[in-house]
Write a protein that binds this ligand. Structure first.
Ligand SMILES: [Zn+2]
Length: 83
């Protein structure tokens, strides 16, 4: 079953999958009317969560490494002070 989109600006009707101009900007996919170029649909881009995870993963892993290093330092300080 085909879904039809309807432009509220110029009343253009077209197939939702093929007739509309799509592009992604700042994490959002915008769908524009090919007749009047008005934005008819706006939603978060697919795969945005993956991009965010890729962006934060190095930060999080370095934070874990930093905490582990801090733990090792505090353990060695404990060993030094217990002598
Ligand atoms: Zn239109």
């Amino acid at each position: 079953m085909k879904s039809t989109l309807f432009c509220p600006n110029c009343e253009y009707r077209g197939d939702a999958d093929t007739d509309w101009v799509e592009y992604t900007l700042r994490g959002h996919t915008q769908r524009r009317c090919p007749a009047c170029y008005d934005v008819v649909d706006r939603r978060p881009a697919r795969g945005d969560d993956d991009a965010w995870a890729r962006y934060t993963a190095p930060v999080q892993s370095s934070l874990v490494a930093w905490k582990a290093g801090l733990h090792r330092v505090s353990e060695s300080v404990k060993q030094l002070t217990s002598l």
